[in-house]
Design a protein around this ligand. Structure first.
Ligand code: T1G
Length: 696
């Protein structure tokens, strides 16, 4: 018998127990074991089969690590059909997460029982594919077409109660999956219950598939898998037989399996988990964090405090004045009101979080007992150093002292204290209680357990924490500066900001760089430009239309006007007609003759700038691996997940072509388009960014 599936007889029932940690993924050994188990049960004359999983879950799906490799027999779809065709009564008992191929095995069983905490779903579209072992054919037969479409196109996990309600499972029972499964199987045998194959049930009802297809495609912003899944469900309704439906599902599945998007999404799945795996953290224990301090109660500080409160931490926030205290409390309460409205917390929790869990004070002494403090004050070195001097004086020994700076040198901040080993950068993204990215910035003297504490905090706050070294802007903002510049150059040279935004959103970003500037406030970027101006290289081209806009008092959404004009109460804006004049004036002053840019060229320049700077960031060791950059861009900057990140995208496009284009752009603007040495090296050696991720 296979090791992955244990076989045991309990009276008339053959028990197949999956034991393939950590998540009982349906790899080749598990599939072989299930097939052998069914065959043996039939040969031995058992009357029923129980399938369940050992450990934390029933099967969590196909083994994703097998994707892209030659498939091995028995394949999952055939196995599911074989299970369903068995003359014995097949029961699945679910706990943990019955996902993807896992749920498909359960759907091929004749009866399904689950513990109350079990979750189930068909999340394949999130991996760029669709349920490929009968899920698109069986689920609608059980749950109805609409419910099935909803689950399959979103990949949403549902709880046992909802599954029972939708007819996906037959019963919920407290207990161990083995126990409840055996009792249920015995009960079915005693009652003489019939074998009940979902594939033999009538086809589900028709809906307006074309309309749903279009709506799903639009919602996916270019992602193909959810819309393609609609067509697979459509087959369950429209083709002549269940078998023909399975065939159609298989064809669509194969199409997606071969797509770039599937590669991008799988890269995202593994990279998201790999970012926190750092060799320097092996065997290093993080410090305990129960109480957290925050200095500064603006949007950022209040967001960080909110995230900490929602994660169950005690929070002490320090502001400068009584008015500051009131405003900070108001912001945090506003954030938590939002969580209350969305049902994330109860009124009782709201009262507790805004009551005993939160202290807001003007006195640094209130930070005396916190385990970790995050400074989120004005972005100015003098101000930051003063704050850290005070933290040094008031915080207990062993407290982690973190700065939320987005640009400033953490080493310089650290020397304002007597304990630089405890100082680290924790760069949150606004709004901090919503955005998933956390850059953990390591300074020269940061102790390993302080770094480990940063990562542990990230996990506790449910963030994707990525290690970054020190440079201007760290990983994310540094790369953003580069592609934003590329966007400004194409505008100076003749494209319009609206063309750029359109091209970028068509690629899959939620927003283009100019709409983004308006949202963040153009004045913020203006300040950064002024700060950099004195050290700017005279060979650098400097578009001025951005500053001209600011000089006129237009800072974007907050003033009602920027690159777009905003009407109160309306989402989004319309192009600001004055912008074209400013650009024309800028071109005239700089002696630029504007030319036309195709959408393809605009995108190419934008992406090449992003990839080139990302390659520099990796080459300089600011990011440890290409995948770290990819996750920063995905979780902090809205990079479309289905491309996997800029460096995965670059690998899929071919590094050769990207380097060639960068060199051709450099003919016009040699200063900006200096190729990254790492990119040149990879091309020369015929390697990819993915190769640098291996073993990561
Ligand atoms: N295959 C291989 N490895 C997997 C895996 C999978 N399906 N799921 C998880 N792992 C690894 C993961 O990389 C990590 O490894 C460890 O397990 C623990 O995961 C035909 C084609 C199940 C909810 O999409 O959603 O079925 O980092 O840290 O937070 O239609 O993992 O420790 O080395 O995430 O407790 C559909 C994906 C597949 C489920 C558990 N299934 N997994 O979360 O732990 S496609 C999925 C998850 C399919 C059929 C098709 C989550 C989880 P390491 P973890 P967790």
């Amino acid at each position: 018998m296979s090791e992955a599936i244990a076989y045991e007889r309990v009276g008339d029932i053959a028990v197949l127990k999956a034991q393939n940690p950590p998540v009982n993924a349906l790899g080749i050994d598990v599939r072989k074991g299930l097939l052998a188990g069914i065959e043996r049960a039939e040969e031995e004359g058992a009357k029923a089969v129980l399938i369940y999983g050992e450990g934390k879950t029933y099967f969590a799906g196909a083994d994703i690590r097998e994707f892209g490799k030659p498939p091995q027999d028995p394949y999952l779809p055939g196995l599911c059909s074989r299970i369903e065709a068995s003359p014995l009564i097949v029961v699945s008992a679910m706990h943990g997460t019955a996902l993807g191929g896992g749920l498909e095995v359960a759907l091929s069983s004749h009866y399904r029982i689950a513990v109350p905490t079990a979750k189930m779903g068909l999340p394949e579209v999130n991996l760029g594919i669709l349920p490929g072992a009968g899920g698109t054919q069986r689920l609608p037969r059980l749950a109805g077409t609409e419910a099935a479409l909803q689950m399959i196109t979103t990949g949403r996990h549902i709880g046992a109660a909802e599954a029972l309600d939708k007819g996906i499972i037959d019963r919920i029972e407290e207990g161990e999956p083995c126990e409840i499964g055996l009792a249920y199987a015995q009960e079915l045998l005693d009652a003489g219950a019939p074998r009940r194959a979902v594939g033999e049930m009538p086809a589900p009802e028709a809906v307006d598939f074309d309309a749903i297809y279009e709506a799903t495609l639009k919602k996916g912003r270019g992602q193909l898998s959810p819309a393609t899944a609609v067509r697979a469900v459509q087959a369950a309704v429209e083709v002549e037989s269940f078998e023909a439906g399975l065939k159609r599902e298989r064809a669509l599945f194969t199409e997606l399996m071969e797509s770039d998007q599937r590669q991008g999404l799988i890269h995202a799945f593994f990279s998201e988990r790999a970012v926190s795996k750092l060799p320097e953290l092996e065997g290093v224990d993080p410090r305990e964090v129960a109480a957290m301090g925050v200095v500064g109660g603006g949007t950022m500080g209040a967001g960080i405090a909110t995230a900490a409160l929602l994660a169950g931490l005690q929070v002490v926030l320090v502001e400068m004045t009584d008015e500051g205290v009131t405003a900070a409390r108001g912001r945090i309460e506003g954030n938590l009101q939002g969580a209350l409205k969305r049902g994330k917390i109860t009124q009782v929790q709201f009262d507790q979080l805004t009551g005993e869990a939160l202290t807001v004070s003007t006195d640094y002494a209130a930070l005396g007992q916190v385990d970790l403090v995050v400074e989120a004050v004005f972005e100015d070195m003098g101000v930051k150093r003063e704050v850290f001097g005070k933290l040094d004086a008031h915080c207990k020994q062993g407290a982690v002292l973190a700065t939320n700076t987005s640009y400033l040198d953490v080493d310089e901040i650290a020397v304002a204290t007597s304990r630089p080993q405890d100082v680290i950068g924790l760069h949150f993204f606004s709004p901090a209680h919503v955005m998933k990215l956390l850059e953990v910035v390591v300074a020269q003297k940061t102790a390993p357990e302080v770094l480990a504490t940063g990562f542990a905090l990230g996990k506790r706050l449910k963030k994707v924490a990525v290690r970054s070294g020190i440079c201007d802007g760290f990983i994310g903002n540094r790369i953003m500066n580069a592609y934003r510049k590329a966007a400004e150059y194409v505008v100076l040279d003749g494209a319009s900001p609206y063309q750029v935004d359109k091209v970028v959103t068509t690629f899959g970003f939620p927003m283009g760089p100019f709409a983004m500037g308006d949202l963040a406030g153009l004045d913020i970027n203006w300040a950064a430009r002024k700060r950099r101006a004195p050290t700017r290289n005279p060979r650098e081209r400097v578009p001025r239309f951005y500053e001209m806009l600011c000089e006129g008092g237009d800072f974007g959404q907050k003033t009602g006007k920027g690159f777009y004009v905003y009407e109160a109460g309306k989402r989004g804006g319309v192009p600001n007609p004055e912008v074209a004049e400013l650009i024309a004036r800028d071109q005239e002053q700089q002696g630029v003759t504007p030319r036309e840019f195709s959408d393809a060229e605009v995108l190419r320049r934008y992406m090449c700038a992003m990839v080139n700077e990302a390659a520099k960031v990796v080459g300089e060791g600011i990011a440890r691996r290409p995948l770290d950059v990819d996750m920063v861009m995905l979780f902090g900057y809205g990079f479309p997940r289905f491309w996997g990140g800029p460096l995965k995208w670059a690998d899929l496009q071919g590094l050769d072509g990207i380097l060639t284009d960068i060199r051709s752009f450099a003919v016009e603007d040699e200063f900006f388009w200096q190729p990254a040495p790492l990119l040149e090296r990879l091309v020369a050696e015929g390697r990819t960014f993915g190769d640098l991720n291996k073993g990561a």
